[in-house]
Design a protein around this ligand. Structure first.
Ligand SMILES: [Zn+2]
Length: 621
């Protein structure tokens, strides 16, 4: 029997995508596919596990321009980026106090529709920022919807239509309308903003909307007796066939293009074709309007709208401020989600005997002279390099993310860049066994790492991270990750909870570093280890004999060498024959240096670091 691979992988993709969002927002998300629109509903908090409960409905219609997976990601986006369906519903009613109680308030309807267009743009931009794969998906869908030729017979001045046309890349339809540039700006303004972003932008264009509403109101009164049928058609959105004028216009155009008169039969064909396409256009537009009217169908947790957004009038200055804050808060939210994603994957991969710990905070001193000197060199190198690699603009490819999640490996590989896998990644891995306290070794190490972070400041295709490790008698290994300059303060001995990790589990220092290096994006990778004695590891209260443990460390090094040949181990302390023998045995003399004290080690690392960057970043591969 033939297995439909496509269906199976689709299903997996659906489940995993839901799974990721469930984790991120602490929710349970049900999915159903049935007739009707796409929507998502908030169903309250589960009393047992306090998770939020959501239900997503995806339209079972097969002939939609919106692929089902794209629709799913869109709905998940509403959940992940917290679309305030319910609070907005309440708020917008207040915007039209005279008629809100009538179900047919045109004003409230229009505000809703516009909010919805803006909100869709917002969530899709937020998702696109993280997931390159989805960016393409959304863009294609928007383009396809626009190409369906909706609205050639619509009221172009309608702000909802204007926004939708721009969103669907049909600027050509509305370029000449009064507020085209305002609406275009509005869609820009709403991108990558926080959960109130669409409301912020709605407030900023409310005057234009109200102007349109007022005009419509007066024209309705003025023409009440004329053209009643046409008016009714427009109001109730009933499809009308092509008028005689429209038909003539079409024939005229075709004849002009061909430069000859059409036969009666060809005219009939062309009119039939045009009629069909108008119907399709109309259906698409209708379904587009209906398909996603989440304010009617969807709901969310009810949270309060900040007072600065919940008032009647806003000055231009206030509006500017609102928009600015939206972008700021949006970026914050995006970062939070990104960090959660990274943390999740890490936890899943960590061996059971490794405990991620925090260590006591301690201050460090940056050697600004060194940092500045190195930074200058790096900047020069960057200028010379041809590449324009954007390391900050990280984008996760969800497909790859999902795949890696199942395999349990290598999350950072899903961070796509325009030029992936270029640049340099460096790990500084530090032994935090108890002996590192003496002679200020740990203090100097901390200062050194701080200085290195400082030196790559603004050097975009270079990334440093680090880890600090030790183990206890039962074999538990405490590891602290250094992922940014704030974490440098955590380079210290001991743990926040007071547990002692006094031994030197070099094998895990190596393997954990390997894991981090694998996750980093640079194609050229460097591992610098700092230790002050030979490795020693205890398990279940017993010391592992040196010869056995050294073999283990050698194996771990072999694993690292598969990721990068650039490994250097600095042993800080006086030369000691036995230690030298053990370490040379593990690392070979090529990768192992003894330095008499931490100051010397520090200088040595700066030198190595500089050489490495110079060699590998100057000509970026
Ligand atoms: Zn939506």
């Amino acid at each position: 029997m033939k297995i439909n691979r496509k269906v199976i992988s689709d299903r997996e993709l659906f489940e995993k995508s839901i799974d990721v969002v469930e984790y991120l927002v602490n929710a349970k998300i049900g999915l159903q596919i049935s007739k009707g629109d796409n929507w998502c509903n908030f169903g309250g908090i589960d009393k047992i596990d306090s998770k939020k409960m959501y239900l997503i409905n995806l339209s079972s219609s097969r002939n939609s321009a919106i692929p089902r997976y794209t629709a799913l990601i869109h709905e998940l986006g509403h959940i992940l980026y917290e679309t305030p369906f319910t609070p907005i519903k309440k708020l917008l009613r207040k915007w039209d106090p005279q008629t809100y109680w009538q179900d047919t308030s045109h004003a409230v309807d229009l505000y809703h529709t516009i909010f919805n267009v803006l909100e869709d743009q917002r969530i899709e931009s937020q998702i696109s920022k993280s997931y390159l794969g989805h960016k393409k998906r959304f863009e294609k869908t928007r383009h396809d919807l626009g190409k369906a030729g909706f609205g050639e017979y619509s009221d172009m001045e309608n702000p909802a239509f204007g926004l939708l046309a721009i969103r669907f890349m049909r600027d050509d339809l509305v370029k000449n309308t009064k507020y085209y540039y305002i609406y275009k700006q509005a869609l820009d303004n709403v991108e990558e903003t926080d959960r109130f972003g669409a409301l912020r932008v709605l407030i900023s264009i409310k005057d234009c909307i109200d102007e349109f509403l007022a005009k419509k109101e007066s024209s309705k009164q003025g023409t009440q007796n004329h053209n009643l049928k046409t008016k009714l058609d427009q109001e109730t959105n009933v499809f009308t066939s092509l008028s005689e004028e429209e038909k003539q216009e079409i024939i005229k155009n075709v004849e002009r293009n061909f430069g000859s008169t059409l036969s009666e039969e060809n005219r009939r064909k062309i009119i039939a074709q045009a009629e069909k396409s108008k119907k399709e256009t109309y259906d698409t537009f209708q379904s587009m309007n209906k398909k996603h009217n989440p304010l009617k169908k969807s709901s969310s947790p009810d949270f309060s709208i900040p007072p600065e957004l919940n008032k009647e009038h806003h000055s231009q200055d206030e509006i500017r401020e609102l928009l600015k804050n939206g972008k700021k808060e949006g970026e914050k939210q995006h970062q939070e989600i990104r960090e959660k994603l990274i943390a999740r994957n890490r936890t899943d991969n960590t061996p059971p005997n490794v405990k991620k710990i925090l260590r006591p905070l301690s201050n460090y001193t940056i050697d600004y002279k060194t940092a500045k000197g190195m930074n200058k060199v790096f900047k020069l190198l960057k200028l010379r390099s041809q590449s324009a690699i954007d390391f900050s603009g990280s984008q996760i490819d969800i497909n790859e993310y999902v795949e890696n999640l199942t395999k349990g490996t290598n999350l950072n590989r899903c961070y796509e860049n325009r030029k992936p896998d270029t640049g340099a990644s460096i790990i500084i891995s530090i032994d935090a066994s108890s002996s590192m306290i003496s002679d200020q070794k740990i203090i100097i190490a901390r200062n050194l790492v701080g200085t290195l972070f400082k030196s790559i400041n603004g050097i975009r295709n270079t990334e440093i991270r680090g880890n600090i490790w030790g183990s206890n008698t039962s074999g538990e290994i405490g590891i602290t990750e250094i992922n940014n300059i704030q974490d440098v303060k955590r380079i210290s001995i001991g743990s926040d909870l007071g547990n002692s990790y006094a031994y030197t589990p070099l094998h895990m220092g190596l393997e954990y570093s390997m894991k981090m290096l694998k996750e980093m994006r640079g194609r050229k990778k460097l591992l610098i280890l700092i230790t002050d004695g030979f490795p020693n590891y205890h398990r279940n209260g017993d010391s592992i004999p040196n010869n056995i443990y050294n073999q283990q460390c050698k194996k771990s090094l072999q694993k690292v060498l598969k990721v990068t040949p650039n490994v250097i181990c600095l042993l800080v302390g006086p030369e000691h024959d036995e230690i030298k023998r053990i370490m040379t045995n593990i690392f070979t003399s090529k990768r192992f240096i003894i330095v008499p004290n931490m100051q010397k080690a520090s200088q040595n690392i700066v030198k190595k670091f500089r050489q490495f960057i110079a060699k590998n970043v100057q000509n970026p591969f």
